[in-house]
Write a protein that binds this ligand. Structure first.
Ligand code: HEM
Length: 490
């Protein structure tokens, strides 16, 4: 049976009949952006050896396996940050206009999200324009779901949220729910009840945005590219792309470097705090089509989204953030097999087998967007530790010459940082894009009040564990990013 949900999420790129997330609302306080090139003068890579199909097939070079492999654990970045990264992506970028076959004109393609960290995926167009996202009985608050662990849904199970991609899997759905609750909690405890609901809503929204921006910079980015580079990127503001007359989303980021997160995804997840092996542990596969023997045993089904969330799939956040959380997967050239066989709920029914591979999709998208090669970007950015031909194409039969930028960024992380974090050109693209995005957003704390420090955590700090604790009253302990393993990125 055709899945209605897939029309929002799958995007039938082949027939052009619908686009993944193409119906999401535009941002509230500034024009949606466009895609553009950070480095427009570099030559595009139009083909490479051995080509997308050879790299991205199941069983091929970039297949990371269908079962959890402890040697793939990343001690620096816990599993929750993968989905926080996906959530941030959905706040920043959505290319809903291209087909996989058509060439994209990166200067003209519209980014259906605002390139700003302003939670438009949560707030949509605001309570006046999209009242169904808001609680009509409690003006100024976000609508919550029927159960404590599910999103609000209509009678057909479709999530009532600002970006349908945030119901793509059960983990990001519950992360989205956490942000809805975060807003409501701020509304209750950090706004003045004597003010009208509209003023309280705006106050809660701006506090939520600034705390979110803070933790994106000080925690997410710091973990992902290293503290040194994060601080350098922010200190170098104002940052200018070559042609920066309007805020835009660089395709080097959205089509290549920031897709590093696909390699962090595990083939399955532990949802409860109870450790693997404990009878109380609830373990779920990422997607159901996993014919190889699962390891460890998956006992509560799979994490496909687009449906009401069963009680067994509720998340205990300690399993994803804090000291007892499971690790994410290393950042390397391998993706978990379920991502090479995306189900109908992600790509839509009737999709040919080879187009179900996220590797093939990402590589093809890079060609369509006319991205430059990884080598030329690293040279242009004057990255000190550039990969040799041997390092880039190690164990890739037939691999030679200019490499796709996404593949190159993954290889940099693997070769230069042991897979713990991004390095080299990939790290620079990600750090500078975040810094430029914050600077272009005239409402961001970095522009409005650069010395601002969070008010909702302790001692002017605010981690994602603090956000969970503030919202849900838990007591997760945040790990000190600097004490974690891994070299500072160059
Ligand atoms: C279960 C986890 C995930 C799944 C199933 C998933 C799936 C997808 C799919 C199917 C696309 C569209 C591919 C195309 O045809 O171009 C996509 C795009 C993208 N993904 Fe993911 N993804 C996941 C996690 C992540 C994470 C963790 C990150 C980053 C930290 C990320 C970053 C991106 C970016 C930047 C895009 C391009 C968005 C746009 O401009 O439209 N994804 N993802």
């Amino acid at each position: 049976m055709a899945c209605k949900y897939s029309q929002h999420h799958g995007g039938n790129y082949d027939k052009g009949t619908f686009e993944r997330g193409g119906d999401v609302p535009r941002g509230r306080f500034q024009e949606t952006g466009r895609f553009g090139r950070m480095m427009p003068y570099l030559r595009s890579l139009t083909e490479f050896k051995p080509g997308p199909n050879a790299l991205g097939a199941v069983g091929g070079v970039m297949d990371g396996g269908a079962a959890a492999d402890p040697s793939q654990d990343n001690p620096r970045i816990k599993a929750g940050y993968t989905f926080l990264g996906q959530f941030i992506d959905h706040d920043l970028t959505l290319d809903a206009t291209s087909t996989l076959e058509q060439q994209i004109d990166p200067q003209a393609t519209r980014n259906f999200r605002t390139p700003a960290l302003e939670l438009d995926s949560v707030y949509g167009l605001g309570p006046k324009v999209q009242p169904y996202l808001y609680d009509q009985a409690r003006p100024g608050k976000m609508l919550l779901g029927a159960t404590d662990h599910d999103l609000p849904r209509n009678s057909q199970g479709v999530a009532l949220i600002g970006d349908p991609r945030n119901d793509e899997n059960v983990i990001i759905a519950q992360l989205h729910l956490l942000f809805l609750k975060f807003h409501n909690k701020i509304f209750d405890v950090a706004t003045d009840p004597s003010m009208g609901w509209e003023s309280r809503y705006e106050k809660a929204q701006s506090l939520a945005r600034w705390h979110y921006q803070w933790l994106v910079v000080n925690e997410f980015l710091t973990r992902t590219v290293g503290r040194k580079l994060t601080e350098r990127a922010i200190a170098q503001l104002p940052f200018r792309y070559p042609d920066y007359s309007y805020p835009f989303m660089p395709v080097e980021f959205s089509v290549a470097a920031y897709r590093f997160g696909h390699s962090q995804v595990r083939p399955g997840y532990r949802l409860s705090e109870a450790p693997f092996g404990d009878p109380a542990a609830r373990v779920a596969a990422l997607f159901p089509n996993n014919p190889e023997a699962p390891n460890p045993p998956e006992n509560v089904g799979d994490l496909r989204g687009g449906r009401p969330i069963h009680n067994d799939l509720r998340i205990e956040w300690a399993a994803f953030f804090g000291t007892s959380a499971q690790p994410g997967k290393l950042v390397d050239i391998r993706l978990a097999t379920p991502l090479l066989r995306l189900p109908d709920s992600v790509v839509g029914p009737g999709m040919p087998e080879e187009r179900r591979s996220l590797v093939i999709r990402n590589l093809q998208r890079g060609i369509d967007a006319r991205l430059p090669s990884g080598q030329s970007v690293a040279a242009h950015l004057r990255v000190s530790r550039r990969l040799t031909e041997e390092q880039i194409w190690k164990d890739v039969p037939g691999g030679e010459g200019p490499a796709p930028l996404w593949f190159y960024c993954l290889r940099e992380a693997e070769t230069l940082a042991n897979g713990l974090l991004l390095a080299g050109a990939g790290a620079r693209i990600v750090a500078h894009t975040f810094a430029a995005i914050l600077e272009a957003d005239k409402a961001s704390y970095i522009v409005q009040m650069p010395d601002w420090t969070p008010t909702l955590g302790a001692n002017g700090q605010f981690s994602f564990s603090d956000l969970i604790n503030f919202t849900l009253g838990t007591e997760l302990v945040s790990e000190d990013v600097d004490s974690l393993l891994g070299p500072a990125s160059s």
